[in-house]
Design a protein around this ligand. Structure first.
Ligand SMILES: [Zn+2]
Length: 455
């Protein structure tokens, strides 16, 4: 018997970088405080306090719910000290309770015991890294198959989790924009310099533009731009077989630092499903169809383009809304004079993206969270900027991986928002620090705070 005393973390910490960073600082502080105390043992994944009922603190904050013990003669000072250190790091998110004062914890014991059991498990290496058993065994995640009406395509050989790196390739060759005859000549020259295997790989690719310039035809059909908006294109051994969908399940990205192209699953992909990326530039279905026909020479029959008429109309309306909101967010005068309106547009745009892409809008999510970051930091709001950068980071990890320069940039901006060149560029009227990120709001309240919604 005896009474329990301790504290709960409410709401629990996320695995996002701001919460992770704060927890790491807290854990380091605890380590420093108790480094000479034999009663506090450092286990592989947690601290064990060998007093009272042996409470623990995990090294991964998202696992943590409660630090507590029944009161015994030696536990009080430990509970008090850890509580006050936690309070200093997490503010009112630390809910102190004491059964002798008829207070009980926020979580029920079933949840708490489950969280305690999770401490024993080894740290998760990367939250979004592949847990696909085929990948761990070095087996291919897909096979290249003939797809009726589309040439070849990639078909998943297993269920592929979201965030999995499906492909990572260096280009066989690259080329910039030039007149058709010149491009054909340049490609012929580059092809000669390649190995026989690479030549065969190039010549086996599909050509939607047969005729006078065969090499250009293959290049034009298959080249992927080296970065968004880049006029330089690259041809790859396998990435080029990935077909288009207006509702893609994967995202391709040119990593300029590593000079390779990656393809990541942006949502879970089922075994037997075709791996798809988006070649289009957005807009309603008719605009996409025109663009794809002109640029790549095919008519799109993807699940997004073949929706029943009423759903297609709703999708077209959303796509137009997305374009309109994107344009208004890009209006710098408005960002300077009415930033609350620009931020509201970001909120609406992110919602429209979620609706249109069933919650998996890929890199667009990262882009618009980054816009929201810029709006906030340009008016001195480090608290919201940090949260927006963190969300951009999380989306980039899924779409591009930790080694992508854009992912790394979002990560460092989440920790140090003022490093951005536009810090306070328009005003400091929203001045906050990262310490001002509220710690005791519900998810709905937090979203309202984040987007400055008036209630
Ligand atoms: Zn389509």
């Amino acid at each position: 018997m005896g009474v329990d005393v301790g504290f709960d973390m409410v709401p629990r910490l996320s695995n996002g970088i701001v919460d992770r960073h704060n927890w790491d600082r807290f854990i380091n502080f605890i380590k420093e405080c108790y480094k000479d105390d034999d009663q506090v043992e450092i286990k592989p994944n947690y601290f064990l306090f060998k007093v009272g009922e042996h409470p623990m603190l995990p090294f991964e904050g998202h696992k943590f719910l409660r630090f507590s013990s029944k009161i015994t003669w030696n536990i009080g000072s430990y509970i008090d000290r850890v509580t006050s250190i936690a309070r200093a790091h997490f503010g009112s998110r630390v809910r102190v309770w004491d059964e002798s004062a008829y207070q009980s914890g926020h979580y029920d014991w079933h949840e708490v015991h489950e969280s305690l059991r999770s401490y024993e498990q080894t740290d998760e290496a990367e939250i979004h890294d592949s847990t696909d058993p085929r990948k761990e065994l070095g087996l291919p995640l897909f096979e290249i198959k003939d797809i009726p009406g589309k040439g070849k395509g990639l078909i998943a050989l297993s269920n592929i989790p979201q965030g999995t790196r499906i492909l990572c390739e260096k280009p066989i060759l690259t080329a910039g924009p030039m007149p058709p005859d010149a491009l054909d000549r340049v490609l012929a020259g580059k092809l000669k310099a390649l190995s026989k295997v690479e030549q065969r790989q190039f010549l086996s690719l599909h050509n939607n533009h047969p005729g006078k310039y065969p090499f250009r035809g293959i290049f034009k059909t298959n080249a992927l731009p080296c970065g968004p908006g880049s006029s330089v294109g690259g041809v790859y051994p396998m990435s080029c077989f990935i077909n288009h969908s207006c509702l893609p399940n994967s995202h391709n990205n040119w990593n300029a630092a590593a000079e390779h192209e990656t393809t990541h699953a942006i949502r879970p992909i089922k075994i037997g499903e075709e791996v798809t990326i988006s070649y289009d530039r957005g807009g309603p279905s008719t605009v996409r169809q025109d663009f794809l026909k002109k640029a790549f020479g095919f008519h799109c029959n993807c699940s997004g383009c073949t929706l029943p008429p009423s759903e297609l109309q709703a999708s077209d309306t959303r796509r137009l809304l997305i374009q309109d909101l994107d344009n208004s967010i890009g209006d710098l005068d408005r960002m300077a004079t009415s930033p609350e309106k620009s931020l509201e547009d970001c909120r609406l745009l992110l919602q429209a993206l979620k609706d249109e892409f069933n919650g998996y809008a890929g890199a667009s999510i990262a882009r618009f969270y980054y816009d929201a970051f810029q709006i906030s930091i340009a008016h001195g709001d480090q608290a919201r900027a940090s949260v927006f950068a963190e969300r951009a980071y999380e989306a980039r990890v899924i779409c591009e991986g930790e080694d992508s320069p854009s992912t790394q940039r979002a990560h460092s901006l989440a920790l140090r928002p003022p490093d951005h060149f536009s810090f306070g560029l328009y005003s400091m009227k929203w001045k906050t620090t990262r310490e001002d990120i509220p710690k005791a709001l519900t998810t709905a309240q937090f979203e309202k705070w984040l987007f400055r919604e008036q209630s």
